[in-house]
Design a protein around this ligand. Structure first.
Ligand code: PMT
Length: 406
């Protein structure tokens, strides 16, 4: 329940993307938020207030003269005590009103009278989005501290293609969750590896492992939410890229190795979460191995893959390197041994039964100060704790001296 005890006012202005706001309310409520919906009159032409009332469990407000509010000050009362005002969709007209402080209906008046942060998810036709007037308004809003979420580029309800689509409900939720996180890594650059690698034997077969990518993707999201610029080098997984993260998709350990070396310069932190295959077939076969064509079962000759983390840690000016160790036994002994052999300041140990697949994990952090167990929790919660530890290490004098080669 990442939004437990959070109060969110969800403003809905007039646009076809209002249909996505129904799913957004469901996700916000599911994340534990108390959601108060306020709609513009135009929004009610697309989806009725009844839908949002049913999903939020609260009466929906549309009219600034609504007599249900005892003092007739809905524009003041509704946003007081709120943690955020989120407007999704925000139409071109809505952005213009917000940018210029117009207040001619409940939603715009409430936005002007608010005390809480304002986030807006624009949604409009691409010409309207690209119009210099809208772009001027967006610049004005940004300079007023308003957070602009999206828009995405793609096929539009009008049949045209281009920028202006409202982000999907889960992406808006992710942006709101990020908004509430402390910016412990603001201004930092973080490079990560995640997922398995796949080492081809022939065109259809290969050597891989059961890493789902969930742990690495959770850390990428937590680092991005903490304000870092994040690049995620990912092996083949079935996960979508976290909002705000740049992903480089790779397949084999050699591709992961090349991508990391291309990207590593100027990063403050390198986190190796990937389960990299230690060995690969010497030369993948060009044709599929046929059963029964050989007199004996085929033999696959393996060669060792480069140690990506070890090489990064050995750079002349390495980023702060964080490794992972998945062990089936003697977690403390083996993880600490890996940390020392790779000469890295922090390694994160997990047991194979806990770590691979699934949404939860149990971690132990090993660094120069000793061990820090992180009890079983969702991977995103553990990722946020790891980010806090990395931020503390970055701040520590010891690390600054180390990175200066002292
Ligand atoms: O993806 P999930 O399903 O969420 O599972 C997460 C996980 C269990 C895969 C993850 O938490 C984890 O433990 N990853 C490391 C797996 C492992 O044990 O790696 P290793 O012992 O082979 O390598 C130790 C460290 O060196 C790791 O940081 C690894 O990324 C890195 N390494 C290893 C080999 C290699 N050739 N290059 C590397 O960079």
């Amino acid at each position: 329940m990442e939004l437990a005890a959070r109060r969110v006012v969800l403003g809905i202005s007039g646009g076809i993307a209002a249909y996505k706001s129904a799913e957004l309310v469901r996700l916000l409520v599911g994340a534990g938020a108390s959601v108060q919906v306020v709609m513009s009159e135009a929004a009610t032409r697309f989806v009725t207030p009844v839908t949002f009332q049913a999903l939020s469990g609260k009466p929906v407000f549309t009219d600034q003269w609504d007599t249900r509010v005892a003092n007739n000050m809905a524009h003041i009362d509704l946003s007081r005590g709120a943690d955020a005002l989120l407007i999704a969709p925000a139409s071109a007209d809505c952005l213009a009103k917000l940018a210029h402080g117009l207040a001619d209906d409940l939603l715009s008046t409430l936005a002007l009278a608010r005390e809480c942060p304002l986030l807006v998810a624009p949604a409009m036709n691409r010409q309207m989005w690209e119009n210099p007037a809208t772009q001027r308004n967006v610049t004005l809003l940004r300079s007023d501290g308003v957070e602009i979420i999206g828009p995405a580029t793609g096929e539009q309800a009008c049949g045209e293609n281009g920028p202006g689509r409202m982000l999907e409900a889960d992406e808006i939720l992710a942006a709101l969750l990020a908004h509430f996180q402390p910016k412990l890594l603001r201004g930092r650059r973080v490079l990560l590896t995640a997922g398995p690698t796949f080492e081809a034997i022939d065109p259809v077969r290969g050597i891989s492992n059961l890493s789902s990518g969930r742990m690495g993707y959770a850390i990428a999201r937590a680092a991005s939410d903490a304000g870092a610029q994040v690049t995620l080098v990912s092996g083949p997984v079935a996960l979508s890229c976290p909002y705000g993260v740049r992903r480089i998709a790779v397949t084999s350990a050699l591709e992961m190795h090349a991508a990391v070396h291309r990207e590593v310069a100027d990063n403050d932190v390198f986190i190796a979460v990937a389960a990299v295959a230690d060995y690969r077939p010497v030369k993948p076969l060009a044709e599929k191995i046929k059963k029964g064509m050989q007199t004996s079962p085929p033999t696959i000759t393996l060669v060792e893959n480069p140690d990506i983390l070890g090489e990064v840690a050995a750079l002349a000016r390495p980023p702060l390197c964080v490794g992972f160790a998945a062990e089936s036994e003697k977690l403390h002994e083996y993880a600490e041994r890996k940390r020392r052999s790779k000469r890295i300041p922090l390694i994160v140990g997990n047991l194979i039964g806990d770590g691979f697949g699934g949404d939860e994990n149990t971690l132990v952090l090993f660094d120069d100060e000793g061990q820090h167990p992180l009890p079983k929790a969702p991977k995103i919660a553990l990722a946020r704790q790891l980010v806090a530890r990395i931020s503390a290490l970055l701040e520590s004098l010891a690390w600054q001296h180390r990175s200066l080669g002292a």
